[in-house]
Design a protein around this ligand. Structure first.
Ligand code: COA
Length: 295
């Protein structure tokens, strides 16, 4: 690999002309798999909550990263990329510092990101940057199943209080109250954003009598691929079992060919998943990180 020295580098917001050179170096991000940046660049560039930062070396884009504001206080940091020819000269570090400064100037108090467990060099880097690991999440998926859902019932705005109470009875620790708000971006679940999902018709529950025994919140990907995306799933062991089985029917009913999403490696979910037809790749395990930003 040829190393090109960086004599002048600055970080700036992305501009229209960055697309072609960035997508060109992103063809070589990984040794053995394709990068997803080309699939999402146009959506990201048009998104008003989005901040794409570019490392510019004498007018040439040599790196990028993205910060998304999810709420007044929570941000998501992702897509740190440096052109292979310019790596190991501090560009990744500078992009990270720029994302952290921008987060603070936006008034964010919590920044999260996730890193594949196979991306070995990134984990020490995350800890040096002051991020703490919250837990591991695995992408599970199953094909949609013909037939209508029998256990899951669509919840509405009137169900907000009991749905919120059920969520709180299902969560064992604070990180269980995080949900995948969109794509792979984790955010705190609050009564307000639960109410918003209920109003969208994106929350289903399964019941034992009048008691909610599991709850499923839908999410979405930034580059849809025909999968019904899981935003949050919790419940008792039997409730989760019923929901997982029925989510395959729900996916079919809603016109998706599969159901999938990031699920925490926590109980009772992990044990129940072993008894289902849901699958996962060993390479699809991600560590979620969080950094609290002081003012
Ligand atoms: C990760 C990446 C952005 C780093 O860019 P870079 O410009 O080479 O990074 P820097 O030179 O600023 O180094 C940043 C830190 O990572 C470490 N690092 C970077 N690449 C490394 C490697 N291959 N092996 C070991 N450590 C490495 C550096 O030692 C440095 O650590 P420190 O600041 O704690 O001392 C770049 O390698 C890349 O684009 N990789 C592919 C995409 C990727 O993995 N993105 C992160 C997804 S979460």
């Amino acid at each position: 690999m040829t190393i090109i020295p960086l004599d002048s580098l600055h970080i700036r917001p992305a501009q229209t002309s960055d697309k072609a050179p960035i997508l060109t170096f992103c063809q070589h991000t990984w040794d053995d798999e394709a990068d997803y940046i080309p699939d999402v660049w146009d959506v990201w560039f048009a998104d008003p909550t989005d901040h794409i930062l570019v490392a510019d070396c004498n007018g040439q884009p040599v790196g990028m990263t993205r910060l998304v504001q999810l709420s007044d206080t929570e941000g998501w940091w992702e897509a740190l990329r440096v052109d292979r020819a310019f790596r190991l000269q501090g560009t990744g570090h500078q992009l990270t510092q720029a994302a952290l400064s921008l987060s603070q100037s936006l008034g964010l108090t919590t920044l999260r990101t996730c890193v594949s467990v196979t991306n070995a060099s990134m984990h020490p880097f995350m800890q040096h940057q002051g991020f703490s690991p919250l837990g591991d999440y695995t992408v599970y998926y199953a094909a949609a199943n013909e037939g209508a859902p029998t256990a899951l019932r669509l919840l509405g705005g009137d169900d907000c209080d009991r749905a919120w109470a059920a969520i709180n009875s299902f969560v064992a620790e604070e990180r269980d109250r995080l949900f995948v708000a969109r794509g792979a971006k984790w955010q705190s679940l609050t009564p307000a954003n639960l109410a918003q999902r209920l109003a969208q018709g994106w929350v289903w529950g399964s019941f034992e009598g009048d008691t909610l025994i599991s709850l499923f919140i839908r999410s979405y990907m930034e580059s849809p691929d025909g999968t019904l995306w899981i935003g949050w799933l919790g419940g008792t062991a039997s409730g989760i079992q019923a929901a997982l089985d029925d989510m395959r029917h729900l996916a079919h009913q809603l016109g998706f060919k599969a159901i999938g999403g990031f699920l925490p490696q926590s109980e009772p979910l992990t044990t129940v998943l072993k008894t289902t037809d849901y699958d996962f790749f060993d390479t699809s395990v991600y560590k979620l990180y969080e950094k609290l930003l002081s003012d």
